[in-house]
Design a protein around this ligand. Structure first.
Ligand code: UDP
Ligand code: MG
Length: 145
């Protein structure tokens, strides 16, 4: 089954949106494989967004993810087509395309304050899960389905 990495960004944590955002992923068929609160180290944030290293907003983005004594909530969800389905729950990157009912439409303020990250492909999910969960995920298997 496919896995994806979801992160509530510092702005979502500061605005007390943790439970609200986690609740958006309670779809049946998604299984939680990892959940933790942590300080985002600069080296990890830079590696996470390395594809965007040339962008003018890169320093602000890394600064935002690592700002102050912040925490991020990192989650791994597993399920069929979980990457695309989670991106639908999250909503578009571009604010002009924020669909009603998505996390970003409901809570984001602007493109750089969009409260949540979700992997965009199988390769990035693999990379991000290895980066943020070097200790591995927990090994349970849901027996209800
Ligand atoms: N970002 C930004 N300005 C931009 C584009 C992106 O600040 O013009 C930030 C924003 O926080 C976004 C992150 O960079 O979530 C990663 O960009 P990406 O295009 O990968 O969007 P996402 O995958 O988060 O929808
Ligand atoms: Mg992205």
């Amino acid at each position: 089954m496919e896995q994806t990495f979801i992160m509530i960004k510092p702005d979502g944590v500061h605005r007390n949106l943790i439970s609200e955002i986690i609740g958006r992923f309670k779809c049946s068929g998604f299984h939680l494989k990892g959940l933790k609160v942590l300080n985002a180290e600069r080296s990890i944030a830079e590696k996470h967004y390395e594809d965007l290293a040339g962008k003018r907003y890169f320093p602000a983005l890394v600064g935002d993810i690592t700002s102050g004594p912040v925490v991020v909530v990192a989650m791994v969800w597993e399920g069929d087509n979980v990457i695309v389905n989670c991106r639908k729950i999250i909503g578009a990157s571009d604010p002009s395309k924020w669909e009603p009912g998505t996390v970003r439409a409901d809570y984001a303020i602007e493109i750089g304050r969009n409260v949540i990250h979700g992997s965009d492909s199988i390769e990035s999910a693999r990379k991000e899960i290895a980066l943020w969960f070097p200790e591995g995920l927990f090994g349970w298997k849901c027996n209800l389905y």
